[in-house]
Design a protein around this ligand. Structure first.
Ligand code: CP3
Length: 348
């Protein structure tokens, strides 16, 4: 038992530093959330989702709940990618069953005001959550901080919520390039400050989510996703050279290799459409691979989940790999399937 704990102690840190492990470290995107009853209770107590994100005591509790229940190797900070637009001055709300709303949609005239606002100042409670969580967490567990990638955050800021028509955003980048590029530059700066502060407060690694990177032609993808992510990762490496950076460019196909090739990228998190063999051959030589399992298989559970999880682990045998999903757990996931998944990863 003591040995098991010791070997787990360095598992996440060692693997993200490039060491292969016979048992991969495991954590799951959206591991804190509505699929567990203790979260729903906490959420009801907090009032709104935003109140929960900005209450260090409760947000820290939400971060720790899945660790207690499932013994994951890493905790991910309980917060949201839309806290940056909120801190820049957009009104943020989460209506039940509707997803997030940001009001009003950002316009060119807002940028000057955004430039002068110190976004990070309004997010002090998040850093307090990080500090509290890090001190409550066992030393053998990693704490992952995160932010949205500039493009993904910009899509919400421009549309005032989830984009109904992603083609419209692509069109806007062609039509209003100076405006969009300036918005992305503002978000790069705010994100570097925000993630640096999370690291300073105790985050052991950071992940940048580009959930809306899909469906872009190469030139646009490089300009709105790859280069802003590179700028953030490189600037973080100057400020905090030892903190690993994980990139999640969702559904970018073969372009995932260009992210893995960035010097400042330690790990690439693959979505559930990325072929595993492609990831092993083309990404693993350059960066640690994380993720890949379809979250809907965890809803399904049973033999379908088990055989996919075993094949996924076998694909990355002999190279560093962090077990995770290809996107977040959904609210209808049975918690017992998550427990079983962790058991499978640990050899059960
Ligand atoms: O457990 C964790 O992963 C940590 C916390 C976390 C949340 N959101 C909590 C959350 C993280 C890492 C995120 C990231 C996030 N937020 C992304 C990137 C990853 C992805 O899923 O693509 C995006 C695009 C968002 C924006 C966002 N926040 C949406 C679209 C929604 C509504 C959809 C939904 O699931 O309700 C949220 C709300 C949200 N963020 C919830 C949680 C637990 C649910 C809020 C509630 O309790 O009602």
């Amino acid at each position: 038992m003591a040995n098991d704990r010791d070997s787990r102690k360095v598992r996440f840190a060692a693997v993200i530093a490039g060491e292969a492990a016979s048992v991969p470290p495991v954590w799951l995107m959206r591991q804190a959330g509505r699929y567990i009853p203790e979260y729903r209770q906490l959420r009801a107590k907090a009032g709104s989702f935003l109140d929960l994100c900005l209450n260090p005591e409760l947000a820290s509790e939400a971060t720790l709940q899945p660790i207690r229940r499932f013994d994951f190797d890493a905790a991910i900070l309980f917060a949201d990618i839309l806290l940056i637009p909120f801190a820049l001055g957009q009104e943020l709300s989460f209506a039940e069953g509707e997803g997030p709303r940001l009001k009003p949609p950002v316009a060119a005239a807002d940028l000057k005001r955004f430039r002068t606002r110190n976004a990070v100042e309004r997010l002090q409670p998040v850093f307090e959550t990080v500090a509290r969580t890090r001190s409550a967490l066992e030393p053998n567990k990693a704490l992952i901080g995160f932010a949205g990638a500039p493009w993904t955050v910009a899509t919400y800021m421009l549309a005032g919520g989830p984009s109904e028509d992603p083609a419209l955003l692509r069109r806007r980048w062609y039509d209003e390039r100076d405006f969009i590029d300036e918005l992305l530059a503002i978000l790069v700066d705010a994100t570097v400050d925000y993630l640096s502060m999370q690291i300073e407060a105790g985050a052991d690694a950071v992940q940048i989510f580009d959930s809306w990177a899909s469906g872009l032609p190469e030139e646009a993808l490089r300009a709105v996703s790859l280069e802003p992510m590179r700028a953030i990762a490189e600037r973080l490496k100057i400020r905090r050279p030892r903190t690993p950076v994980i990139l999640f460019p969702k559904e970018v196909g073969a372009m995932a290799e260009a992210y893995a090739l960035m010097g400042a990228c330690d790990a690439v998190s693959i979505d559930f459409c990325t072929p595993w063999d492609f990831a092993r051959r083309r990404l693993s030589p350059h960066a640690v691979v994380q993720g890949g399992l379809d979250p809907l298989l965890v809803v399904k559970g049973g033999a379908a989940m088990e055989s996919a999880a075993r094949r996924l682990i076998a694909t990355f045998e002999g190279v560093p790999y962090i077990f995770n999903l290809g996107h977040g757990l959904t609210p209808d996931t049975p918690p017992e399937n998550v427990a079983r998944l962790v058991e499978i990863v640990r050899g059960g």
